[in-house]
Design a protein around this ligand. Structure first.
Ligand code: SF4
Ligand code: SF4
Length: 375
């Protein structure tokens, strides 16, 4: 049986319109009752990467989270909460800045506890056998992942599978980057994380997406879509189609299928739209953006990667655009490498130590001035 991904056309962040679209889309997959039960504790997990305005495309738009929350409320769900472990800064400030806190308050939905950490063993893990999860994640019965459609320097795109990294509590996220320090091992860890937590449903906000220097310094781009699926790999594969990015170039897709999380190949995915069932290619023609600004470069061959001195010349590296840098030091704080691979150099801009740099791009993700690019 094929994985089903619902593709909704939605050109506005009007909450009522999104609510209607989500209701229709979830109905196509069997209705909300197929995924969660009213007596269960439900955690809504948006992408709250860092403090940003709702229309910056850095965070999941609050209108999408609120529309999903309204569906649950109207279906009689009482124990609904929301949260994410941000890259930098406290969650209440981030939820406040983008308007999510106000939207949830209106619906009387509380913020979950993402400050406390719980160590969880996962013996079935193929790459990661333990996780440091936010307490709220361990205490919920069912998680609904509400991700954002964005580019990403390490994994090329971030969507359903990658959004689960926010379930790792606070500083443990930085440690994960040093432990799983290349795109493939990081992807395998993410797949294990999804297999461990098992979100019941994945929703992607692609109304305004991010292209270029994502996931926090790119350019907002109108795509006008929302995707829904129970299979996160299939959802991300459809997202790749819309970005005109070969899905096999995204490690979370390839590893996701190998490790049994879902499927990425077009022949195994049905895209459900109001106009009928489509293939990914047809969805791309109809709803995609051929010139979406995303890294489509082929990877350096594995054998070359194994030869360290050659690979160093091919590795993608962050660099700072000095004229944009305000010398705040957030990039230095964000660097997970022991002893740091980037150092303050005031009054000049921070300086990289490329010998230590593991190319995780945490510094680029967290820079508030879009001053860090990748070459
Ligand atoms: S985070 Fe950005 S603005 Fe701040 S010091 Fe680093 S490069 Fe400069
Ligand atoms: S300098 Fe930036 S890219 Fe390099 S290891 Fe540190 S955070 Fe990662």
């Amino acid at each position: 049986m094929k994985s089903q991904v619902v593709l909704l056309k939605c050109d506005t962040y009007d909450r009522e319109k999104i609510y209607e679209e989500l209701l229709w889309g979830i109905g196509q997959l069997g209705g909300i009752g197929r995924f969660v039960r009213p007596e269960e504790k439900i955690l809504l997990k948006p992408n709250l990467l860092r403090k940003a305005e709702a229309d910056s495309a850095i965070v999941t738009h609050p209108a999408v989270v609120a529309a999903m929350a309204k569906i649950l409320k109207e279906a009689g769900f009482i124990h609904v909460s929301y949260g994410d472990s941000a890259g930098v800064g406290p969650m209440d400030k981030i939820a406040g800045a983008c308007g999510l806190a106000a939207a949830m308050e209106e619906l009387e939905i509380p913020m979950a506890d993402f400050n406390e950490c719980v160590h969880v063993n996962y013996p079935e893990g193929k790459m990661a056998k333990q996780f440091h999860l936010a307490k709220a994640v361990t205490e919920t019965d069912a998680l609904i992942n509400i991700c954002k459609m964005k580019t990403h320097q390490l994994e090329r795109m971030t969507g359903a599978v990658k959004n689960m990294y926010g379930c790792i509590q606070g500083l443990h996220k930085a440690k994960g980057h040093t432990k799983f320090s290349n795109a493939e091992s990081f992807a395998r860890m993410l797949v294990d994380l999804n297999r461990c937590i098992r979100p019941r449903l994945y929703i992607m906000d692609g109304i305004t997406a991010m292209e270029g220097n994502g996931p926090a310094s790119g350019t907002p781009v109108h795509m006008g879509v929302i995707l829904i699926a129970a299979d996160p790999v299939a959802l991300d594969s459809v997202c790749c189609g819309l970005m005109n990015l070969a899905p096999e170039l995204v490690p979370t897709n390839v590893q996701g299928e190998k490790m049994g999380l879902g499927v990425w190949q077009e022949k195994n995915i049905d895209v459900i739209t109001r106009e009928g069932s489509l293939t990914i290619s047809q969805a791309q023609e109809r709803f995609g953006k051929k010139d979406y600004d995303v890294n489509r470069g082929r990877e350096v061959r594995r054998i070359w990667r194994q030869i360290r001195w050659i690979s160093r010349h091919f590795q993608r590296k962050p660099y700072i655009v000095e004229s944009k840098c305000i010398r705040c030091g957030i990039c230095v704080e964000a660097c997970p490498v022991e002893g740091k691979a980037i150092h303050l150099h005031r009054p000049a801009a921070p300086v990289y130590d490329y010998k230590k740099c593991i190319a995780c791009f945490c510094c680029q993700e967290m820079c508030p001035k879009k001053a860090i690019r990748v070459k």
